[in-house]
Design a protein around this ligand. Structure first.
Ligand code: SAM
Length: 283
């Protein structure tokens, strides 16, 4: 079944594989017991292909760092902001609805391609895995109308929501990204939180990124956009964004090595994590 996934959906096997590897470490930054099952045999193959050919055999710590950072932010949204409605936009093989503890009445919506979500569900069912929280999977194309299916699945736009957009934005063109962010904003009320990872356009344009971009495009899942000023991009829509670069004290966890692949341009932002709050800015 994994073979029939489209190339973009297959990137979810890759990230699951990286989480499985992290789970196997004695000093792991998070626990992810289902990741190996979901990644299957293909996830590690894709991961090793990139690490061998483009990354000079270097293990990229970004996935572990971003997972832990976003875990903490989601936990904060639940505990400090009392958010009970979460939308995982391009959820892939994310199992946060299973592997983390949430408040009563928490609802998860997982958006992704229908074929991927079907595969994920069948693997979880076969393993006898039950989710303790309400979890609704919604098969969509995020570049078309995904709002109607989400609303039909029970999503409540009047409730503060935590949106997680992890591992997606660079796969969209700038136009698709802008449309998606506008749609998320349309469904957001004051107190909502938007969590994402992204990359600067300057970094994408740098010579050090060329091999990575070529291999990504050749594999059928090109990185198509970046953004140098996410605060401005989100600020225009009414979000107040705090941007944290990988390797900053809050996104290091003792793992970041400045010499890893995807170096970006010295003195500019490379890859970063975003925590944005809706309704606190006057626009
Ligand atoms: C790198 S994976 C990230 C998955 C997960 N968020 C994670 O961090 O492991 C990218 C995901 O985006 C999904 N995706 C990309 N473009 C999409 C689209 N137009 N509609 C729905 N899902 C899409 C893919 O199916 C895939 O699951």
């Amino acid at each position: 079944m994994r073979k029939s996934l489209d190339p973009l959906a297959r990137t979810a096997l890759w990230t699951a594989s990286m989480r499985a590897r992290e789970h196997a470490r004695a000093d792991r930054l998070f626990e992810e017991p289902l990741a190996a099952l979901l990644a299957g045999l293909e996830g590690p193959q894709i991961m090793r292909g990139f690490e061998g050919e483009v990354q000079r055999g270097v293990e990229d710590p970004a996935l572990a760092v971003r997972t832990r950072f976003l875990d903490d932010q989601m936990h904060h949204a639940a505990e400090a902001d009392d958010i009970r409605q979460f939308v995982l936009v391009a959820a892939g093989m994310d199992t946060r609805a299973f592997r983390m503890a949430w408040r009563e009445e928490t609802v998860f919506y997982e958006l992704d391609r229908a074929a991927l979500l079907r595969l994920k569900q069948s693997l979880l069912d076969d393993a006898g895995t039950a989710c303790l929280y309400a979890r609704r999977t919604v098969g969509v194309d995020l570049t078309r109308d995904w709002m109607s299916p989400l609303l039909a699945a029970g999503f409540k736009p009047g409730r503060p929501t935590a949106w997680l957009v992890e591992g997606l934005l660079y796969f969209l063109t700038a136009q698709q990204r802008d449309a998606l962010l506008a749609e998320i904003t349309h469904l957001s009320t004051t107190g909502s939180v938007l969590l994402a990872d992204y990359v600067s356009q300057t970094s994408l344009d740098s010579p050090g990124m060329r091999a990575w971009l070529v291999k990504m495009a050749d594999s059928g899942h090109a990185w198509q956009s970046g953004c140098d000023e996410p605060e401005v991009l989100l600020g225009r829509l009414g979000w107040e964004a705090l941007v944290t670069e990988y390797g900053a004290p809050e996104a290091d966890f003792g793992r970041w090595d400045a010499a890893v692949v995807e170096p970006g341009v010295p003195g500019t932002r490379g890859r970063y994590l975003v925590v944005a709050r809706f309704g606190s800015l006057q626009v």
